[in-house]
Design a protein around this ligand. Sequence first.
Ligand SMILES: N[C@@H](CCC(=O)N[C@@H](CS)C(=O)NCC(=O)O)C(=O)O
Length: 228
Amino acid sequence: MTRCLPNMSPFAMKLEMWLRMNDIPHEVIDHIGFSRKKQSPFVMFNEEEIPDSNFIVETLATYFNKELYPSVSPELKAVGISFLKMVEENSIWTIFLYRHVHHQADYKKYVRYNEVDEVNEAIGADIGNNLKDRAWKHGIGRHSNEEIYKIGCDDVRAISNFLGTKTYFLGDFPTLIDCTLFGFLTQITCVPMDFPMMQVIREECPNILDYVDRLKVQFWPHWDDQKI
Ligand SMILES: N[C@@H](CCC(=O)N[C@@H](CS)C(=O)NCC(=O)O)C(=O)O
């Protein structure tokens, strides 16, 4: 198996990035399991389980007196929230479908759920079937593969166009949307599968590669030691 990322969950990557960005002490537990809402990530905080990356950051932001969108205007905050919803409710499906459903065999090179080969295989197939079913109910699963990738590529172009030459997505200060984007984009840029979205990034959106690198260098200095 080739290790390429600290975590193969974009939502866990987003959460860890936010904790790092805000200097909140934490310990990452390598745990294949779900919260009471049957999703990951979740945190144990003051002996209480908090599921869902957005509810987690809201709870911790209140407790540690942090702002999710510090130093930005209400208009820019609205843009940040809109892109966050686009990525988390729409773009993310295009990666999940590409790797877990359309290219399950290839994806096995980069992720391992269990030491036992047969169990690993069965979990991978289960995740693929579950995602296919959920994608159909969401609606995106009703499109052809090409249409799904077009949706992903268009979202990537929108991210690149809005980012432009700015340091962070909303300007001079890092905010929650940078964490969501980092979690999403690294699943494409760091996993050497032939994502159509990666082709767009390479050919049309070099600013995305610089942006991801910038965030990595600033907030994740020991990245190479933490790839799983
Ligand atoms: N809104 C949730 C989404 C989390 C999510 O979709 N996590 C994925 C793993 S990356 C998951 O648990 N999928 C299993 C499922 O939804 O059944 C959050 O922000 O934490």
